[in-house]
Design a protein around this ligand. Sequence first.
Ligand code: IPD
Ligand code: CA
Ligand code: CA
Length: 266
Amino acid sequence: MPARSPLINIMVRTAQHAARGLKRDFGEIEQLQVSRKGPADFVSTADLRAEKQVTEDLIKARPDYGLLSEEGSVREPRAGGPRWVIDPLDGTTNFLHGIPHFAISIGLEQTGTLLAAVVYDPIKDELFHAEKGGGAFLNDRRLRVSSRRKLEEAVLATGMPFKGHGDTTRLIEEVGRVMPEVAGIRRFGAAALDLAYVAAGRFEAFWERDLKPWDVAAGALLVREAGGYVSAIDGRDFTLDGKSVLASNSNLHTDVSAALAGRLKR
Ligand code: IPD
Ligand code: CA
Ligand code: CA
């Protein structure tokens, strides 16, 4: 196992620091579930607290880096300089419902190139990390995407439109096309972990539309460094602010893309 770089150490320490607060807050959720007010306000506080912690730690460690975080923290990078892309709590709906599947996601990018990634699931204590050119790891075990080549053996993950956001009709069409071809489709509710699970060989592929840079920055690098392939759903280049992502174990990329579009050849 190669030693973690100073950069990854900073990101890991930061994620683990914020995770302590999230874990504590998650422990309160059960109580709040049954209260009349419900846990919604409490969760948005947990979210903001995690963001404050993560951004403070990263700014302290690398004062000259830019930053973009879901709950509103922004620091412009110097021209051509690196920028953190952060989701302090990915899987908010799970968190709110007491479902133990959420993560802190920290990516580092420079002029569109992904350089480093940490996705930390504090409940399962699973720490995914990667650096460009250095491979992807889960708790220091090297990750490889799955080697499956047959759609009928593949488990795919996706995200679904909710609360009126996104294109429900299109997702239903895509699920309808893919469902008969594969071993299963999952909707776990945390895009950063969906991507990490592709990197870990748990899912053969993941697709979703209308995600934001903080949902995908770290996860996309994890997949690539584990030997997978990341593009837009139609096979075009993936970009952080693009409208869609399709990440796979490489072997099944063309088939999944074709199946989603309804042009799978048998
Ligand atoms: C959400 C999750 C979810 C995805 C949504 C995201 P949040 O992020 O990643 O899986 O389907 O599109 O917005 O709101 O929990 O940080
Ligand atoms: Ca998110
Ligand atoms: Ca979030």
